[in-house]
Design a binder for this molecule. Structure first.
Ligand SMILES: Cc1cc2nc3c(=O)[nH]c(=O)nc-3n(C[C@H](O)[C@H](O)[C@H](O)COP(=O)(O)OP(=O)(O)OC[C@H]3O[C@@H](n4cnc5c(N)ncnc54)[C@H](O)[C@@H]3O)c2cc1C
Length: 243
């Protein structure tokens, strides 16, 4: 898997600060201070002015389907209709490369081989790519160009840097994060999974043992539980005052 930066909005911090100054942010504040305030307080619509375009290669079709679920982005993937897939590259889950998983790895590789042979034979028999492609596996490598704004990237990182994300998309998120952090450290140093970014983990009881923040960050339910009953009384009072 590889992630390369194709294009990024230049001088994005000044651009965001300029936008924010139209709506109540003190004019005397520096661009850096404004962007920190926006990131900390989640006034994130102005962050939509900064775009990243990334070249993403060596990812599986299974991962590309997960990526496509992030609708606030522009997606372009290699076509299996117009491109030949004979002898395709493919994803191997790291778990299957571990010692003791030889039989599982053998079955996996055998399935890939059968798919490749079926595709190649169909193509040799003159079957069009758009028909032959249906025998290709989800492990098939694809190539992607993604354009995404910073607000949507933050949402992506919050969901996909979580240890509950599937391993391949988490690896992609890590690689994308490195690129983004290098370009805009002021913004991305404040971002990681939802738990880190929000200060509470919304995964509650499904947070796995392997979560590196388990001892550090409280669960959302734990924090909310402390004030929920009193807060609900306040909401009832607020509603009565209006209706
Ligand atoms: C651990 C994990 C497990 C998952 N499991 C599944 C699964 O089993 N099945 C499955 O289908 N998906 C699954 N997903 C994908 C998930 O449901 C989202 O589709 C995906 O993470 C994209 O998130 P998003 O909608 O926030 O992003 P985007 O589509 O980029 O949207 C960004 C934000 O825009 C807003 N938005 C976008 N579209 C709408 C809309 N139509 N209406 C209102 N607001 C909108 C929302 O605030 C949203 O958060 C999983 C994701 C994770 C992280």
């Amino acid at each position: 898997m590889d992630v390369k930066l194709l294009r990024v909005t230049k001088e994005g911090i000044d651009l965001v600060a300029k936008g924010a100054k139209l709506s109540g942010v003190p004019l005397a504040q520096s661009a850096r201070e404004i962007v920190e305030l926006i990131t900390d307080n989640d006034y994130s619509s102005v962050l939509e002015h900064i775009h990243f375009t990334l070249d993403i290669s060596g990812i599986s079709v299974a991962l590309s389907r997960e990526l496509l679920e992030h609708r606030i982005a522009s997606h372009t993937a290699r076509s299996t209709r117009y491109k030949e897939e004979k002898g395709f590259d493919y994803y191997i889950p790291k778990e299957l490369e571990q010692k003791g998983k030889e039989e599982e790895a053998r079955i996996y590789m055998e399935a890939i081989k059968i798919a490749n042979e079926a595709y190649t034979k169909l193509r040799e028999l003159g079957v069009a790519r758009e028909q032959a492609r249906y025998v290709l596996p989800l492990a098939l490598h694809t190539h992607y160009v993604l354009t995404i704004n910073v607000r949507s990237l933050i949402n992506f990182f919050m969901l996909r840097l979580c240890v509950r994300a599937s391993p391949e998309i988490r690896e992609l998120a890590m690689r994308m994060y490195k690129v983004c952090l290098e370009e805009y450290p002021i913004i991305f140093s404040k971002i990681w999974c939802r738990g880190f970014t929000l200060g509470v983990c919304p995964e509650n009881e499904v947070r796995p043992e392997g979560c590196p923040f388990k001892k550090l960050l409280p669960e959302k339910r734990e924090v909310k539980g402390k004030f929920e009953r009193d807060a609900k009384r306040i909401i009832e009072k607020e509603l009565k005052g209006f209706i």
